[in-house]
Design a binder for this molecule. Structure first.
Ligand SMILES: [Fe+2]
Length: 316
């Protein structure tokens, strides 16, 4: 396969100071912090790049307000990159940017750039579970996280103005594989035949392109919960979460933010090979979330802390 995942996402925002405050709390590592340019890195080196929304060199916005201005897709080698570019060179939007990166515009109007990946894949060991007769965590406590540290940028979800055109662009031009589908309404696609459940999820919203959310991968459910509570305690508002998606199996927590549409913490999604059987589903709320807490868990009022405060005694 040609592309290995999201190497960078470029945002255009109205308030750089607020964007910086959010990313400092989100758990990504600061690389550059200038008034007109923020660069942060996930643990594997994927970049979050933030620019003022009116920066002259930003690609056009596909919707009003704070939003994603470009997605940079990585390939594992120059050869793999060329394999993708061969399919893109004939497109009218194919161009080379001032930074030397090849680019196209997808049918939604979103700029896509391509490069040999700067990420360094890392191996993450989630906390192993225990169950009667199956003890995978022995003589080891399960951790409590007081801060998430995103591992990579796992997926971007887009509202497609022309769903059929977007579906065929991502599956035929970028050669993404369909993992699951709401026929006519949404398609979950992954960029590797053997890989995580989705890197691009395309939702049908006729005539109005946009970004639905961008998602950051964490190690396991404990980090989703601990990281989400940490964001809540810092005052960031939950859009929805924690919860669990039945399609992709992932645990999630979405936050409103000053960068774009919601940003998501998630963990434990399905991993697919050629033997994965894509499903077709009717689009309905219970397939978005098996369960979810609207408004999140209030990070200031964890039960045992509140009880201890009021009674003077702790409850073990
Ligand atoms: Fe997501």
């Amino acid at each position: 396969m040609a592309l290995s995942g999201i190497d960078a996402v470029v945002f255009g925002v109205a308030d750089m100071t607020e964007a910086k405050r959010f990313l400092d709390d989100w758990g990504v590592e600061t690389v550059t912090a200038r008034p007109d340019r923020l660069v942060y890195r996930t643990r594997d080196g994927a970049e979050v790049i933030v620019r003022p929304h009116d920066a002259a060199d930003l690609p056009l916005a596909i919707e009003s307000g704070n939003t994603v201005r470009e997605v940079v897709w990585g390939a594992t080698s120059a050869q793999e990159l060329n394999w993708t570019l061969e399919k893109l060179r004939g497109l009218p939007s194919f161009r080379t940017g001032a930074d030397g990166l090849p680019r196209v515009t997808d049918p939604n109007g979103l700029s896509l750039a391509f490069r040999v990946s700067k990420r360094t894949p890392i191996t993450v060991k989630p906390t192993p579970p225990n169950a009667p007769g199956s003890h995978q965590r022995v003589n080891q406590r399960s951790p409590v996280h007081d801060q998430a540290r995103p591992i990579n940028i796992g997926h971007v979800v887009m509202f497609a103005a022309d769903f059929a055109a977007m579906r065929s662009f991502y599956t035929e031009k970028l050669d993404f594989v369909i993992s699951d589908e709401y026929p006519g309404h949404g398609v979950f696609t992954r960029c590797q035949r053997v890989g995580d459940h989705h890197n691009a999820f395309i939702l049908n919203r006729p005539s109005r392109p946009g970004i639905n959310h961008v998602a950051f991968t964490l190690a396991d459910i404990h980090e989703v919960i601990g990281g989400g509570i940490a964001m809540s305690k810092k005052g960031w508002k939950t859009e929805i979460g924690p919860g669990r998606h039945p399609i992709s199996s992932a645990y999630f927590w979405y936050f409103e933010n000053p960068l774009a549409a919601p940003l998501e913490y998630y963990a434990d999604e399905d991993y697919c090979t050629e033997d994965w059987k894509p499903g077709t589903f009717e689009r309905k709320p219970e397939l978005f979330a098996e369960w979810a807490i609207a408004g999140g868990i209030d990070g200031k009022t964890r039960r045992q802390v509140a009880i201890r405060d009021q009674s003077g005694r702790g409850h073990a």
